[in-house]
Ligand binder design. Structure first.
Ligand SMILES: NC(=O)c1ccc[n+]([C@@H]2O[C@H](COP(=O)([O-])OP(=O)(O)OC[C@H]3O[C@@H](n4cnc5c(N)ncnc54)[C@H](OP(=O)(O)O)[C@@H]3O)[C@@H](O)[C@H]2O)c1
Length: 252
């Protein structure tokens, strides 16, 4: 990853933080974007102390102007963008609302921070990606979107909207040499802990259903896997859905 520039959203905690670290450890220069500036500052300080070349930028991906500014700042600091990791997802992920009770506001919060945030960054980074020899976008779906889950309709809808955006742009941007893939992870994070605490029995059932019999490690199972996905070894892979979930969901 040496010489490449990655931009990672939601990089202040959980998977985003681990992914940013995995790219920085491989020699990429990384812009860590997050809604809570103190969290991305903290993550960036940890990486800088290890000698990594990173910056932190406070950025709510639901805010198009803020995303445009973050992309401009990244290009100014690092000279370009090769890798876009659309990891951020807001909304009440741990909550389980029966579909009959779902409000527009609850659903819209998932959509503003998930599919729209992903769209904002993809659009803002597009000119830089067109100039890159190694342009890759990684978006984030979920097993809950792929196969559905009771009382999770808002989250599932948002994640499948990201899937649609991923496939459409993989087709549209292929001619520019830009790969666009979807990752559906399962790994420990503050978000995953909230989901577990909401219904521990449900979580136990999920764990028992994972063929590899363990929940993923954010750095080794997700961050390192995404470095591999972005690498030139997988340069012919686009429009794909990669289940990084220990075999929990097997796609047909
Ligand atoms: N962990 C899993 O097992 C799992 C399973 C399936 C899918 N996923 C997906 O994987 C991704 C990462 O999950 P996670 O478990 O690490 O999530 P998490 O612990 O809930 O962290 C989400 C991160 O996204 C940030 N974020 C939320 N809304 C944002 C916005 N509008 N602008 C910028 N940043 C925003 C949060 O920042 P603040 O803290 O500042 O709000 C936080 O840093 C998500 O897309 C999630 O849906 C995870």
């Amino acid at each position: 990853m040496s010489g490449r520039v990655a931009i990672v959203t939601g990089a202040g905690q959980g998977l985003g933080r681990a992914i940013a670290a995995a790219f920085a450890d491989e020699g990429a220069r990384v812009a860590l974007l997050g809604r809570t500036k103190s969290k991305v500052d903290d993550a960036a300080a940890e990486l800088t102390a290890r000698g990594r070349d990173v910056i932190s930028i406070g950025c709510d991906v639901a805010d198009r102007a803020a995303v445009d500014r973050a992309v401009a700042e990244t290009r100014e600091k690092f000279g370009g963008i090769d890798i876009v990791i659309n990891n951020a997802q807001g909304g009440a992920v741990g909550s389980s609302t029966p579909t009959t009770d779902l409000t527009d506001e609850e659903a819209l919060e998932f959509f503003r921070t998930g599919p729209l945030g992903t769209l904002h960054l993809m659009q803002a980074a597009f000119p830089a990606l067109c100039e890159s020899e190694h342009a890759v976008v990684v978006n984030f779906g979920s097993a809950i979107g792929v196969r559905g889950a009771p009382r999770m309709a808002a989250y599932a809808m948002a994640k499948e909207a990201i899937n649609g955006l991923t496939k459409s742009t993989a087709i549209e941007w292929g001619r520019h040499g830009i790969r666009v893939n979807l990752v559906c992870p399962a790994a420990w994070s503050p978000g995953a802990e909230t989901y577990r605490d909401e219904d521990p029995e449900r979580f136990e059932r999920i764990l028992r259903g994972i063929p590899l019999r363990r929940f993923g490690d954010p750095y080794h199972d997700i961050g390192r896997a995404i470095v591999a996905l972005v690498s030139d070894d997988l340069s012919y892979l686009t429009g794909a859905t990669l289940m990084l979930d220990g075999g929990q969901v097997m796609l047909r």
